[in-house]
Every structure is written in C-alpha cells, then in structure tokens.
Design a protein around this ligand. Structure first.
Ligand code: SAH
Length: 345
C-alpha cells in the first residue's frame, strides 16, 4: 500500500473527476480540495463535513504528505527558524523575519542546492531533491501561523531565498506560487513575493514569457566575469552577457524592476574597478541594489569588507541615481541568516 498517491499532487479538476468516477458528485472534489488547501487538513479524519465512508475511501487511495516543523529556534532579534521535516525524513529550513510593519517568510525550494557558490553554506550540502509544490506551500503556511501567533499579524511577504535555486525547480515553484496567490490558497498578492536566483538566463526569459507577476532578484555579487566565475563557479556556463540579455528581455516583457543582491567582500570586490562595473551593469535595466551583509560560514576565506568599501558602493550608485539599500543580517545567532542554512542542528 506504500504507493498511495499524494492527494495534494492532484488538481481540483482531477479530484472532481476522481469523485465522479467513484459515483459521487464532482462537488465533493471541491470540498476536499478546500480542506486540503485553505483549511490545511493534515488527515482525512479532520474533514468533518465529508461522510465517514468517503473519508475511508480517500484513505485507501491517497495519503496527505504533510511537512512537520520539527524544531523551531527563535533569535534574539525575533527571527524564527523552522527545521522542516518532509515526509521522507529529509529536512529543509525556513525563516520568519519580522520588522515593525511586516513579516517576511524566507522559504526553501530544494533540499540542498545544485549550485556551488563558495560563500554559501547550503552549497556544501549536495542537492538531494526538489521540493514538491505542497512542501513549499506548507512552509509558507507554517510561517503565517507563527506570524499570527507571535506578532499578531499575518505574513506579509515571501522571499525564495532559503535553501536551493528556485529556477532549477521552476515548475514546482510556479505551482506553489499559484497556490499561494490563488483565493483557494492564501490569496496573497504576487507583488509581495520575490524569487531570488543566482541568475540562470534561459529561465529568466521563460519566466518573462510566462507573464509572472512576482518580483525578481538576482544574486550578482560581481559584475566582473572573472571574479564572478571564481566565487560562483557554475557561472562559467552563464556569461554575464547572457545574464544581461535575459534581464533586458525580462524588463521589456514584464516592466518589472530587477533587484541585485550583492555582498562586498574584503579583497574580492572591494575595489574601484568592481564598483564601476556594478554601476555600469545597473544601467542596462531599471533596478535597485541590496547590499547584503556577509554572514561568515567558515574559517575566513570570505570576510565582510570595510564600512568604507561599502560606502564607496553606496556613493557611486546614488550618484548614478540607482536605489541602494544596505541589508543588515537577521537571525545570525541561530544560523538563520542568508547563506547560513545548512541543517546544522
Ligand atoms: N539560490 C538563490 C536563493 C538562495 S540564496 C540565489 O542564489 O539567489 C539567497 C541569497 O543569499 C543570495 O543572494 C545569496 O547569494 C546570498 N548568500 C549566500 N550565502 C551568503 C552568505 N554567507 N552571506 C550573505 N549572503 C549570502
């Protein structure tokens, strides 16, 4: 009986068809669908307005694969990190980041990561598998509950900046976002969702063609090819000219600004040439820059650059009318900050 199907892999239409095939009403499919998604039922028993025999029928055909928040850690700054156990025992992490006015969920898209950014702890885990749409959705639901519980307001924003490269699990990420934004799911506006990619040109173009309405962030870190290749070795397959072209296509198609994520490291990109290259790159498409504070992950191959070096970036970008923000890390004490997610505990 181990190969019972995950019921949440079914679309609403498939669920309606299932009931019709069983001699029941299609409408039953709608009811069960609502239990599975907007009501977040973990077991068929919870579906109280569904007849007992029908629940038993579902039980013989399907399972509900639900995530389980195994361990929750809370940082001194209010950041919460969830260790999320999947139905097959693998674990990913997601993070709740509260500010005065909002709560952001940082969610994972893969178990481990297929990329090899030298400065990221997740890159040291090998990619085990892609997350299913419902596994991504459930992380969001869990954070939304915690936000209501601890901060008295619902989740306001979602960033795909947890473990994994979302564009390497594109179909499932898209399905999860559809569910998050649909009225039958969480009804969140796509404008409050940001997908962060290390920059895979072909997929950026595909997203543009698909007419997505969420925001795009690109982990740039250097606008100099040789430097970027060194710190993000996989980018040798994705030259900056291709990235640039894909972003021009993105903007032309979606009219949506791009956010560049950028860490300034000592001895790597804390020099004039690197600053000038970034300013130049920023002129290709309307964008803004987030300078992210570096979160050390090891014995110091990478070190945060000096305040002066960071200021040099800010000054140069602002002089060129490019919006720049410095993002201080949150949740560092519990290894919940950018690049620190590695299932340590
Ligand atoms: N794979 C996606 C999303 C996950 S990483 C991407 O690359 O965008 C989320 C962000 O954290 C990326 O901008 C990434 O470059 C950055 N990051 C990774 N390791 C970091 C570290 N140690 N300190 C600060 N930021 C880091």
């Amino acid at each position: 009986m181990e190969d019972k199907k995950d019921i949440r892999a079914l679309t609403k239409e498939q669920l309606r068809d299932f009931f019709v095939a069983q001699g029941d009403k299609a409408f039953r499919g709608n009811q069960v669908y609502e239990w599975l998604w907007s009501k977040g039922a973990h077991q068929f028993e919870d579906m109280t307005n569904i007849a007992k025999e029908t629940r038993a029928l579902l039980e013989t055909h399907f399972v509900i694969n639900h995530i389980q928040v195994d361990q929750m850690q809370r940082s001194a700054d209010g950041t919460v990190k969830n260790a999320v156990r999947l139905h097959d025992g693998l674990v990913v992490e997601s993070v709740l980041i509260p500010t005065e006015t909002r709560t952001t969920a940082c969610v994972s898209s893969q178990v481990g990561c297929s990329l090899d950014c030298n400065f990221c702890a997740t890159a040291r885990l090998k990619r085990m598998r892609n997350l299913q749409p419902d596994e991504i959705y459930d992380q969001v639901v869990a954070i939304d509950r915690e936000s209501r519980l601890y901060y008295n307001h619902p989740l306001s924003n979602i960033v795909f900046m947890g473990m994994g490269e979302p564009l390497m699990n594109y179909p499932n990420v898209m399905k999860a976002i559809e569910k998050i934004t649909s009225e039958e799911g969480l009804g969140m506006s796509p404008k409050r969702i940001t997908v962060s990619t290390s920059g895979i040109p072909k997929m950026i173009k595909k997203m543009a063609d698909d007419g997505v309405k969420f925001n795009l962030a690109v982990s740039l870190h250097s606008a100099i090819e040789s430097t970027r290749n060194k710190i993000m070795p996989f980018t040798t397959n994705f030259p900056l000219t291709d990235l640039r072209e894909s972003l021009e296509y993105w903007y032309k198609t979606t009219k949506s600004k791009v956010t560049y994520e950028y860490v300034v490291w000592r001895g790597i990109n804390d020099n004039r040439e690197a600053v000038d290259a970034l300013v130049k790159f920023c002129k290709y498409v309307p964008c803004k820059v987030n300078l992210i504070e570096y979160n050390p992950i090891d014995d110091g191959e990478f070190q945060q650059a000096s305040e002066e070096a960071i200021q040099a970036y800010i000054t140069a970008l602002e002089k060129n009318d490019i919006v720049v923000k410095v993002r201080r890390s949150r949740g560092k004490d519990i290894d919940a900050a950018c690049g620190q997610l590695a299932n340590k505990s």
